[in-house]
Write a protein that binds this ligand. Structure first.
Ligand SMILES: [Zn+2]
Length: 243
């Protein structure tokens, strides 16, 4: 009896220090404004594109899903500011070549892509997932793949029923009241961290610093009133669970 008691005590103690050290290192790298913009190198901290705490929960979720035959795989996790800027600048150039200029160009890009420095993928809390068992034709991340007859329908149903237990919530849900980015049945966020980051993001007004980057294409068409409405009508148009 005493032996078992001692064993449990030691296991709990180790677990306590393990979790504490994770939280400590996580707090260290995620403090400060540059983190919120995706400008901190997180490579030594992340697992599968997730911060340690979110990764632990993801692994549990992945294992439990597998027991029921669903094989959750992350196809996109953390994305740096630099990477998002490359995506942005490429799209800007493509549109420009097609004769789409100025604010029209900007508005075209933000239909599907975020401004660098405003992506939830900068935080190590957000992931795009598929079911590893299937490879559909064309793009993986298409709404039809997750719909009733799509290859990822089982994944979608499993997540709908279970993901919240592990802290993962759909961001751009199919609520008819939601505006902004289109329905993304693949994009989940680890709520315990991302709600906190979003709050800090808004309170720090850091979004207004984005246009200080002289290599961001189209920045002269992005003024403060644009950013204010972008924040309100895109970044904050998310599932009500995540606000
Ligand atoms: Zn995503």
């Amino acid at each position: 009896m005493i032996k078992n008691h001692l064993k449990n005590y030691i296991i709990n103690l180790i677990l306590f220090f393990f979790i504490s050290s994770i939280i400590f290192s996580q707090n260290e790298v995620t403090k400060g404004e540059f983190f919120l913009l995706g400008k901190i190198d997180l490579n030594g901290t992340l697992n599968s594109g997730l911060l340690p705490e979110a990764y632990l929960k993801f692994k549990q979720m992945q294992n439990d899903a597998k027991k029921e035959g669903v094989e959750i795989e992350i196809v996109s996790g953390y994305r740096s500011y630099q990477k998002q800027k490359n995506i942005w600048n490429n799209k800007y150039n493509q549109n420009f070549k097609q004769g789409i200029f100025g604010t029209k160009n900007i508005n075209r890009i933000i239909q599907y892509s975020t401004l660098p420095g405003t992506s939830r993928h900068h935080w190590g809390t957000d992931i795009d997932v598929i079911d590893k068992r299937f490879t559909p034709k064309g793009d993986l991340l298409m709404e039809k793949n997750y719909s009733e007859n799509g290859v990822y329908s089982q994944l979608y149903r499993w997540m709908k029923k279970n993901s919240k237990k592990y802290g993962f919530y759909l961001v751009y849900d199919d609520s008819p009241k939601r505006k902004g980015f289109k329905f993304e049945p693949w994009h989940y966020s680890y709520k315990p961290l991302s709600v906190m980051f979003l709050k800090r993001y808004i309170e720090s007004n850091i979004i207004f610093k984005i246009t200080q980057d002289s290599s961001l294409l189209g920045r002269k068409f992005i003024n403060n009133s644009f950013l204010e409405s972008y924040l309100k009508e895109n970044l904050l148009e998310i599932s009500k669970d995540l606000k």
